[in-house]
Write a protein of this length. Structure first.
Length: 274
């Protein structure tokens, strides 16, 4: 049985533990389908950064408590904040930009492998949270929806950038404009998720995937992520030049030495992420 080390997140709205070098982060507001409160978002941003910097953590898994992943922003509280109403337009834009970078920016920018386990609804900013992860596994009963058009909003948290790159120009517009519910089967065919799993097997399968990544060459994974990020906006020759630097960095790593030694000895490598 693997050892579990609880992480203090500072709030009961966010649970976290380390298991087999995987940080398992659980959004914990099941009564509102894990909608994002300011307390939850603030704690989540800090935790993602902390996990990415912790050498004892080699992969990050994000999921939601109960029957949902994350319903996005708390719609019931959107028109109830007197503090927000007193801010100027520019102040509100600045606050939103800061909060987006602190959570979604930190998650997308994490250099460790990240996995989203989606047990149910992922909507709006919650969908963006899942899309910002490297790999997504969804329960067969899960529903994904952009949702913004349903409440007269344009979208935030990187949803436009993420969708366009995952499903393409036209599909991204379809998903944003129509705000249709997308089931797991269609989500997989569109490329919104990597795989689906029977509901009862989701937790086990997603954790097994994260644990496999945690045992892998995480320094090389970090460089792979940088290569892939750079390639999004680079020309082919520029991308190759960037890859050359990463390749030499990993070639000089202890993990590469272990990998080649294990290959010669016909055994599984034991990587340490350096």
């Amino acid at each position: 049985m693997s050892q579990r080390l609880q992480i203090d997140t500072g709030t009961g709205e966010l649970l976290a533990e380390i298991r087999d070098q995987v940080a398992v982060i659980t959004l914990n507001r099941p009564e509102v389908r894990n909608a994002l409160s300011s307390r939850l978002s603030g704690a989540l941003g800090k935790l993602i950064k902390r996990c990415d910097e912790d050498s004892q953590i080699r992969a990050i898994l994000i999921t939601g408590a109960g029957a949902a992943f994350c319903a996005g922003g708390d719609v019931n509280g959107m028109n109830q904040s007197s503090a927000a109403a007193e801010l100027t337009f520019d102040q509100r834009v600045s606050d939103l930009r800061f909060n987006q970078r602190a959570v979604w920016g930190a998650l997308f920018g994490a250099r460790k492998p990240t996995v989203a386990a989606i047990p149910g609804a992922a909507a709006g900013a919650g969908l963006a949270l899942a899309l910002a992860c490297d790999i997504r596994v969804a329960a067969q009963s899960a529903i994904l929806i952009t949702a913004y058009a349903r409440v007269g909003l344009s979208g935030d948290c990187g949803i436009a950038w993420l969708l366009t790159r995952l499903v393409g120009f036209s599909r991204a517009r379809e998903l944003m404009f129509l705000s249709e519910r997308v089931d797991a089967r269609r989500a997989e065919s569109l490329g919104l998720i990597n795989q689906s799993a029977p509901d009862a097997e989701l937790e086990e399968r997603a954790f097994a995937l994260a644990a496999t990544l945690a045992r892998g060459p995480t320094f090389a994974f970090s460089c792979m992520k940088s290569n892939l990020d750079h390639a999004l906006n680079a020309e082919f020759l520029e991308s190759m030049d960037y890859e050359a630097e990463s390749l030499i960095r990993t070639e000089l790593s202890l993990d590469h030495k272990e990998g080649t030694r294990a290959f010669a000895e016909k055994r599984s490598p034991v990587f340490h992420g350096r």
